[in-house]
Ligand binder design. Structure first.
Ligand code: S3P
Length: 441
């Protein structure tokens, strides 16, 4: 169904950040493996995370919702996972499916992994290859894609692996398999990626070693460790908050505070890039949760300037390029994104989708192999276009934010998939003053 975001004069208010998606998946997974009963608060109840909860239940964990964001998970503990009697359906979620391939690989369990059209088109070889090296077997659709059946085993061998892509999903998959492998499993990532698996594994009592070597990061885990149930409070999601932040920055009168956000250098690239472009970003420490620092962040209208985004920032803002492109469209001057070829295999080909979203709304943009170049409109983004979302929640949210400050309204072909990661997005944006209407403008 088509939705339209109409320009508004101001975006203001204070909101609590929704629970972090990456941490929510991991809290359900580790709670489901641990011995005993874990309590989780602040869980993101997006479709992707709910699917991970259903999958853990199908594999033998007891997963129960107590109230809004409050969940109780009794893990399988030493008894281990059981073969599910149903297909494991991950919907739209690359994270859920890739992390769970690593988990299932370490148990003598056979499971069929399925997902929606977008997920069934995404590459799984990046995790199936190392898991095969460890001893797991699979039968996959063409191009090592879903649907696929994985045969795990209780005697996986540890490996030392250097992923060809900077990917937290690949790292986490191997670490989760390594938890049940014989010996020490090591992942050597060329550039550090989000480290929530390492932090949360430690929180559940496992020993995980991390060592930095320049930009590189070496993580190792011994097999045969058991996890103990935990109380986990999920911190706020910096990737979801980026949409609220950008809406404030491009608004003629913007002033937004987002409370309870996770502050982690493997996730804050968008905020550092926005600061490079001239945004004023305030941060105040407010404690910690799930082994992560928490901050309240404030954002306001800004005279943004185009910038060359440092390649070093790419892994820490890998999900934020669609919304960064919106900032670039409003900025004065040229913004260059490169070294981001991974965007081609996200929920959509995000380089193509971003370029099309900007172009149809009158912004000059060039597609490159590993990024894009945007000629900023100095605040005057024409708008008036219908952006194709390609089942991609972050394209849909970015286009909606763009429409809050463009000259003419911006439409999207579908908004339903926003519920995979940020079910309260529409309500939150309306609280801040956005005007979203059903139908074309
Ligand atoms: C995630 C890792 C990233 C990111 C995704 C969440 C995670 O994917 O894009 O939204 O929770 O581990 P890659 O590992 O493919 O970069």
């Amino acid at each position: 169904m088509v939705w339209t975001s109409h320009p508004v004069k101001q975006i203001t208010g204070t909101l609590r950040a929704p629970g972090d998606k990456s941490c929510s998946h991991r809290a359900l997974i580790l709670g489901g493996l641990a011995k005993g009963t874990s309590e989780i608060s602040g869980l993101l109840e997006g479709e992707d995370v709910l699917n991970t909860g259903r999958v853990m239940a199908a594999l033998g964990a007891d997963v129960e919702r107590l109230g809004e964001g409050a969940w109780r998970v009794t893990g399988v503990g030493e008894g281990g996972l059981r073969s599910p009697s149903v297909d494991l359906d991950f919907g739209n979620s690359g994270t859920g499916s890739r992390l769970m391939l690593g988990v299932v690989a370490g148990y003598p369990v056979e499971a069929r992994f399925i997902g929606d059209e977008s997920l069934s088109g995404r590459p799984m070889g990046r995790v199936l290859d190392p898991l095969t090296e460890m001893g797991a077997r699979y039968d996959a659709s063409e191009g090592k894609r879903l649907p696929l059946t994985l045969q795990g085993r209780s005697d996986l061998s540890a490996i030392s692996y250097e992923p060809p892509h900077a990917s937290a999903q690949v790292k986490s998959c191997i670490l989760f398999a390594g938890l049940n492998a014989e010996g020490e499993t090591q992942v050597r990532e060329p550039r550090i990626t989000r480290d929530h698996s390492e932090r949360m594994l430690r929180g559940f009592g496992a020993e995980v070693k991390s060592q930095r070597d320049g930009a590189a990061n070496i993580v190792s885990i011994h097999g045969g460790q058991s996890l103990a149930a935990q109380e986990t409070m999920v911190p706020g999601d910096p990737s979801s908050a980026a949409f609220l932040a950008a809406a404030a920055m491009i608004s003629p009168r913007g002033g937004v505070v987002v409370e309870g956000m996770m502050s982690n250098e493997t996730r804050d690239g968008f905020y550092r890039a926005a600061a490079l472009m001239g945004a004023h970003v305030g941060a105040e420490d407010v404690g910690s949760a799930a082994g992560e620092r928490l901050i309240d962040m404030s954002f306001e209208s800004a005279d943004l300037k185009g910038a060359e985004i440092p390649v070093d920032l790419v892994p820490s803002m890998i999900d934020e390029f669609p919304i960064l492109a919106v900032l670039a469209a409003f900025a004065t001057g040229t913004t260059v994104v490169k070294g981001a070829a991974e965007l081609r295999v996200k929920e959509s080909d995000r380089i193509k989708a971003v370029v099309a979203m900007l172009r149809v709304n009158g912004v000059e943009v060039e597609e490159t192999e590993d990024g894009f170049i945007v000629q900023g409109c100095s605040g005057a983004v024409p708008g008036g276009g219908l952006a194709e979302t390609h089942h991609d929640h972050r394209i849909a949210m970015s286009a909606r934010v763009m429409g809050t400050a463009s000259q003419k309204p911006v439409s999207i072909d579908d908004a339903a998939m926003i519920a995979t990661s940020y079910p309260d997005f529409m309500e939150h944006m309306r609280v801040l003053g956005a005007d979203f209407q059903q139908g074309a403008s």
